[in-house]
Design a protein around this ligand. Structure first.
Ligand code: RAT
Ligand code: ZN
Length: 509
């Protein structure tokens, strides 16, 4: 790393580079010292080098493997039509272009429109746009983007596309190796037929770069209609036991790392809890919190389905509760019970307000300004044997989240999600977490939907995290602690995945 890298380190992408010093080298045992500016630069250079060589575990993505056919998204047209960019495009789109017209076009036409609006008519300076530049430069397409030649970029991908699934596998391998990502956890939805066809009757094979996670939003939301439909379609009894069996069987099929769901925007957990057991037909707690509904503006209409809800088409409609009761039977009697019985974690994503602008589909989701973090505290208290991985969408919840993580051993914070996944906010959140939690959290997840995005989300995050860590370790050494490079490597590896794996293997049952 030269002086220029040191000065610009936190701005330019920090790409993965295999560690040049082996773990057992004597160099790893020497203490790092800071006495003057040269030493400070050396520490910076060492931290940057260690962060660039850390192997990342991406603990939440929407990536699906090549064996899942069209559900495995990759290539320039998918990159350009990422919902972050669709949302950005519509800020300045001409009034004549409605979301309906836009979505009616082919993927390539949508990509052309976004390319012109955000890369030709304007400079691609936003984080999501810059990400595409990083991806293309990483793939060796510097000249193509210098010439603003989208067709030439498309040509690059044809050599992979022409080889079908084998080409997709080859591209996938290239991406994981280049990004330094050991594995990415997928989002697998047992309520979504387009996905379940790849699991049953026989699960499709996939490489060890992918691991599964079982997405169960309808159970958290108490969405009776979706659950009943799924039980009926698969021949299970419409009972609590039937729903539990459904989940157990899907766990046997998917072998998920964890269960996961994103909470509805107005998720609440009343103090008194009750459980009925019995028939799904008899469940009267639909997930709607009647009291909360009386509060002005406590809920907004949310009648359309979302790719994220885990319920496909059937997730939408009038039955979808917008004010949710955490004490619903599916949550306490099905989901939490199965987590306890299998000793499996649940990952919660908290604070998304779905369908603020429904016409924009996934690009129309927003954020709850301040989500109810106490709900997480109550879940951790009520279910002490269940381990919760959690991330909050709102910047305003991040401090509270850190405090909560110091109160509950069954809680592990991870990543900077979506609207928080921007360098300025990653910097702030990561500094705060280190100050409050040390290394007992997972610094990042990518939430990638398109394979190629691993090539920017990780290098962009590595740069910011390295910059934050440089300051934190310099402070520590200047305060009098002597630290070796080996200890530094161990800590950084924790932030990039070992903390997660330690939490995953810590049984509390
Ligand atoms: O970050 C995203 O891409 C969102 O659309 C959501 O999918 C979110 O990550 C989620 O998993 O609910
Ligand atoms: Zn996600």
């Amino acid at each position: 790393m030269d002086d220029n890298d040191i000065l610009n380190g936190s701005r330019r992408p920090l790409h993965y580079k295999k560690a040049s010093i082996p773990n057992d080298s004597q160099l790893m045992k020497l203490p790092l010292v800071v006495q003057n500016d040269t030493d400070r630069n050396t520490i910076r250079s060492i931290v940057f080098s260690e962060v660039s060589s850390a192997i990342a575990i991406d603990l939440h993505t929407h990536l699906l493997p090549p064996s899942h056919g069209a559900l495995c998204l990759w290539g320039i047209d998918e990159l350009l039509t990422y919902h972050y960019l669709v949302a950005e495009y519509f800020i300045t789109a001409p009034p004549s272009m409605t979301p309906e017209q836009f979505y009616a076009k082919s993927k390539q036409q949508q990509a052309d429109i976004i390319w012109k609006a955000l890369f030709i008519d304007r400079s691609p300076i936003s984080e999501a746009c810059r990400g595409i530049i990083t991806v293309l430069v990483t793939l060796g397409l510097k000249n193509e983007i210098r010439n603003r030649d989208l067709d030439a970029v498309r040509k690059f991908y044809t050599s992979f596309r022409n080889d079908g699934v084998i080409g997709a596998e080859r591209f996938s391998q290239l991406v994981y190796n280049t990004a330094g990502v050991k594995y990415a956890v997928m989002t697998n939805i047992p309520f979504e037929p387009t996905e379940t066809q790849h699991w049953r009757p026989t699960p499709k094979e996939y490489s060890s770069n992918y691991r599964s996670a079982c997405r169960v939003d309808p159970l958290l939301a108490g969405n009776k209609k979706v659950v009943e439909n799924a039980l009926n379609a698969a021949g299970y009894n419409n009972t609590i036991d039937g729903a539990k069996q459904f989940l157990h069987d899907w766990c046997d099929t998917m072998k998920p790392e964890y269960m996961m769901a994103s909470t509805p925007h107005d998720f609440v957990l009343p103090e008194d809890k009750g459980s009925t057991g019995g028939m799904v037909d008899n469940i009267n707690k639909t997930g709607v919190n009647e009291d909360a509904m009386k509060v002005p503006f406590a809920f907004t209409d949310s009648t359309s389905s979302s790719n994220n809800c885990g319920g496909g088409e059937s997730c939408g409609g009038e039955e979808l509760a917008s004010v949710i009761n955490e004490d619903n039977d599916f949550l306490s009697d099905v989901l939490m019970k199965v987590c306890e019985e299998r000793d499996i974690c649940i990952a919660l994503k908290i604070g998304c307000h779905r369908k603020i602008n429904p016409s924009l589909l996934d690009a129309g989701d927003g954020v709850v300004a301040f989500a109810d973090g106490n709900m997480l505290a109550r879940l951790c208290t009520r279910f002490p044997n269940v381990r919760f991985l959690a991330t909050f969408l709102s910047r305003t919840n991040q401090h509270e989240a850190c405090v909560l993580a110091t109160k509950f051993r069954n809680l592990h914070l991870y990543g900077c999600w979506w609207f928080c996944n921007n360098p300025s906010i990653i910097k702030e959140i990561t500094s705060m977490r280190i100050e409050m939690l040390g290394t007992a959290f997972t610094a990042q997840h990518s939430d990638s939907r398109v394979l190629d995005q691993l090539l920017y989300k990780w290098p962009h995050s590595r740069a910011v995290i390295a910059s934050v860590l440089t300051d934190e370790y310099t402070k520590l050494i200047e305060s009098g602690w002597s630290l070796t490079r080996g200890e530094l490597r161990r800590d950084i590896q924790r932030l990039f995945g070992t903390s997660y794996e330690e939490f995953m293997s810590k049984s509390l049952v």
